[in-house]
Design a protein around this ligand. Structure first.
Ligand code: SAH
Length: 245
């Protein structure tokens, strides 16, 4: 059986690669993916074969990886964070039946919600959800409904794809929806370029979040009603401190 690994590289450089990700890349003859991530791997494993594609060609990229695997190569398809979280592991599995004798193994990676949370302290100390504000593949009404429900249930929320040049208003609308349920003084944070050069962390209140310099390289964290600021960190207490010893 020919092998195709779907590998999440984590948020930044080599130090975030898991042992499993390294092992999969080492076993592969060829590494493919979007240029930025392929370049990251190239620095560490210069002697592999590489195949790069541009950002928006997801289906072509997956088909090419499957064709390479079908031809007998062991292939690693790399992406940022986790390959299944807003990533392409699912698409590879969906397309797999069209290719003979290809076995897909998904290798988990550190997703931005987790790596960003560590930069901010411990904002995800209780029940949380992730919501992507990108409506490229998901209707905006569905995103709004999820924001409403997450707000009503007072989930901690990690927002992916919070803002792009084309979608400047989405974060503002999301904040308005969340303020129907959460206090404007809810503690929030955002981290840009997690694990990369130019990493920046900011702690703000929900009422000020929409005016922050947030872009598509940022992950946003919205607290629940217990979330507090401790010095330079955010913590959502799980409640250990209330437990009688
Ligand atoms: N598969 C990726 C997510 C891809 S969606 C993962 O598991 O992390 C792209 C969004 O992820 C970005 O818009 C941003 O919100 C978030 N993201 C991914 N890497 C990031 C990083 N290094 N720093 C900040 N945000 C990041």
């Amino acid at each position: 059986m020919n092998k195709l690994y779907a590998v999440g590289l984590g948020p930044g450089g080599e130090e975030f690669f898991t042992g499993q990700a390294r092992a999969a890349i080492e076993k592969s003859d060829i590494v493919c993916g979007y240029t930025v991530y392929v370049d990251l791997v190239k620095e560490v494993y210069p002697d592999k074969e590489y195949f790069t594609t541009s950002m928006r060609q997801e289906i072509d990229r997956c088909r090419k990886a499957l064709e390479l695997a079908e031809s007998g190569k062991t292939v690693a398809m790399v992406c940022s964070g986790d390959s299944g979280v807003y990533g392409m592991a699912g698409l590879l599995i969906q397309l797999k039946d069209e290719y003979k004798d290809v076995d897909i193994e998904v290798i988990c990676g550190v997703t931005a919600a987790l790596s960003g949370s560590a930069v901010l302290g411990a904002p995800l100390g209780h029940d949380f959800c992730t919501i992507s504000l990108s409506d490229l593949l998901t209707p905006w009404e569905v995103i709004e409904k999820r924001l409403e429900c997450a707000g009503e249930a007072d989930f901690l929320i990690a927002l992916y794809n919070p803002r792009s040049h084309k979608r400047v208003e989405h974060l503002n609308k999301a904040c308005d929806i969340l303020m129907k349920y959460k206090s404007p003084d809810t503690v929030c944070g955002h981290v840009k370029n997690i694990g990369r050069e130019g990493q920046e962390k900011h702690i703000v209140l929900l009422k000020d979040l929409a005016n922050e310099p947030i872009d598509m390289f940022t992950t946003v964290f919205i607290g629940n009603k217990e979330t507090k600021i401790y010095g330079d960190d955010i913590v959502t207490p799980r409640g250990y401190e209330k437990k009688e010893l």
